[in-house]
Structures are given as C-alpha cells and as structure tokens.
Design a protein around this ligand. Sequence first.
Ligand code: BJ8
Length: 423
Amino acid sequence: MANHEKMWQELGLDVELHNEVLKSIDKTFQRTVGAQNNRPEGMKYFDNVLHESHGGRVAELLDVKAKGNKVIGTFCIYVPDEIAMAVDVTPIALCGGTNFSVPYAEKMFPRDICPLVKSTLGLAFSKTCPYAPIKSMAVGETTCDAKKKTWEILAGKVNFHVMEVPQKKGELDIKLWHKEVREFKDKVEGLAGKKIESKRLAETIKIMNDKRRALQKLNELRKQDPPPISGLDALVVMQAALSDDPIRFTEKLNQLNTELEERIKKGISPFSKGTRRLMFSGCPAVMGNWKVHSLIEKGGASIVIDESCTGTRYFENLVDEKAIDLEGQLSALADRYMKINCACFTPNQERIEGLVKKTKDYNVNGVVQYILQYCHGYNVEAIRVDGALKQANIPSLKIETDYSEEDIGPLRTRIEAFIEKLA
Ligand code: BJ8
C-alpha cells in the first residue's frame, strides 16, 4: 500500500488518517475473512479487490480520467450502471462499511441514522475516501429518509443528481421510474459530452447481464450440501462486485465457479455435510462489514444465500436483451431495475414471496434478518417477513446492529442459541 501514498497525497487525502482507516479495515478482515479455513484458491483475487479498493482500483480510475472519461459515485443498486458505461462513464459504489469513519459523520449528522449512511459520509468528511475527489458527479436516490435528506446537504458541495425511486409499483410509479431512467441518461450524456448509441448500450447491457449470470451461477453452487464456499467468502465476492471492473470481475468469477464445481465433485467444503443452512436477509453488508456473517459461521452454521443488496437483489433479474432500439433498451433497463424489492416499497409483497421461495430453493433451516440500526424500512418490514416465515415453518432471528464491535458478545450468544435450536 505504501506505494500509493503519493497518489493519496495528490488526491488531497489525509494520508495519516487514511492509513489508520486501512489498518482498521484490514484488522477486521484478518479476524473474520482471513481467519477462515479451507478457502477456494480463487478467493485470492477477490480478497485482493477489497485490499486494492483504495489503491490499485483508484489508480485505474485515475487512468480513466486521464483518458478524458468520467467517474461517478453511486450509493444504491437502483442506479443503472449500463447507461453510464455506454458513454464511457465509470460508476463506482461509495457505500461505507467501516465503523472507523462513523464518528466523523456524527460531528455534523444526527447519531440516530443508519451506520451505512454515517460510515459513507464519515469517509468523505475525514478526507479518507479516495473516490470523493475523483468523481465528477454523485448519484443519490430517494430510497430512505436518511439518504434523501443527506443528498440535500451534499448537493451544495458536489455535483449531485438524485433519482426518484418510487415507493409503490402502480402504473403511475412505473411511468415515473421510466422518466427517471431517461433523465439519468440525459445527465450522464451531458457529463460525458456524447450521446448514447444503441449498439454500445447493447454491449454494456450484455456486460452487466454476464456479471449477473456469473453471480447467479455462484449462488446455484451454494445450493449444494455442504456448499463449496462459505457465506463469508460469497459476501466478499459480492462486495468486490460493487467496485471491480465488471468484465474482469466476471472472468475471475467464472474461474472461481469452475473451481467450486471441482470442489463439489471432490467433496471439498469449509463445512461438513448436514451443517445448518441459513439465509441472511435484509440490509446490505458492504465492504468493511463482515461482522454478522463471521459470527454466524463461527457459530457453526453456513450462510447459503443472501437476500440483500449484497446478494440476490443485485443479480437476480436480467435486463431483457431483445430490444433493438434505444427506447426499447431504456424501457427494458427501467423494467429490470424496478424489479428490485427494496423495503422502501409499499406494499413489498414481491420481496416477501420471493424470500419464502428462496428458503425452499436453498433448503435453509433458518433465516437471520439483518437490520442496520435505524433502518426503519427493513426493521418494520421484518414483522411481515417473520410472519411469512412462521407460516412456512422457518425459524427466524432478527438482529439489529451497527458497525461497532460493542455488541459482539451478546450477538454471539443469541446467534449460537438460534443455531442450536434449528432442526
Ligand atoms: S435498494 S437496501 S442499496 S436503499 S440500510 S441507507 S435503506 S436506512 S442501503 Fe439500500 Fe438501495 Fe434499498 Fe438496497 Fe437507508 Fe436502510 Fe440505511 Fe439502506
């Protein structure tokens, strides 16, 4: 990492503090991801993506800029990457998963908002986010109150665009979303100084669909008993998906999938057959945040599916590739992104039905509902999720937590007691 110090200095980062952030994230990584046994060889690449997210990847983005192209920062998986990529604009996810930066946000923001928002802002405010000075625009959305009010404050400081994600899925809401997707297109075209061509958009749609297909395949392999990969490693792959170059990512994931198929044939797994199988469901666990996955798997169960934005919500639906003109492609994109079932929607029946179906598809013994503190959408929706799981005879445990390590002891006790009770 030391060789990147000059780059960080030139980006205006607080290099000393930034080194502390990296040390803190690495310590957590070693204690959780790094402490696992029997990991697939192919995980080395994805570990490296996380390690280089503030180093090599930043250097790549600086190269993008040096070629005259733009980088944009995003905070949510509703932003259609394909559209930005079609005008050579590189999207990069900015969500923070480290507790280290939270106090820097709390100097200005209320303490009682979700840790994901605070961690992200704290990295920017403390001059430890290398992407902040690189991006030409940030794209927010209206998925929750904490986010949408935050954008108002950031909009005064950086070039900011907000996409309105509707809260219902009626006819008018769908129309609104289609308009938002087209407005986003106009915005990135303006930024790039060029118009989207249908041929190039077809290519970027295929790039992102290929990435989703590789992630779908990885998750198919997790259906095995025992799964060939831990839930914690599958999470690392997902976290890497949000920051890596998509073509390279897909290539490496396809290689990992081949290795996992071999492991299945040879009966190699981090778990023994019959290990209790859990679904992780709810809020996303972005880079830096491995706490609950690690506690569950150290507690003796395996996570075999993530029903979250660092899981199925990111890859389960493909964009229809049949459209041949720009209008048709934009509609296909809007339709695909509208299928993401975030708890910001009401009612959110599709999420609940899909979640119950997945418990069967992945043959899970129980569900851990993961709620980031102060995330009211997922927290209140947990009541309906719990009700639907009870009807399906699936035990569930709701965990409300932040990024700190203060609650690790009580969490461990609750998780282990839950796993012990599973049939
Ligand atoms: S589509 S889950 S990535 S909004 S956890 S900031 S909702 S208070 S991250 Fe999310 Fe998009 Fe939805 Fe997915 Fe707000 Fe909740 Fe915090 Fe959240």
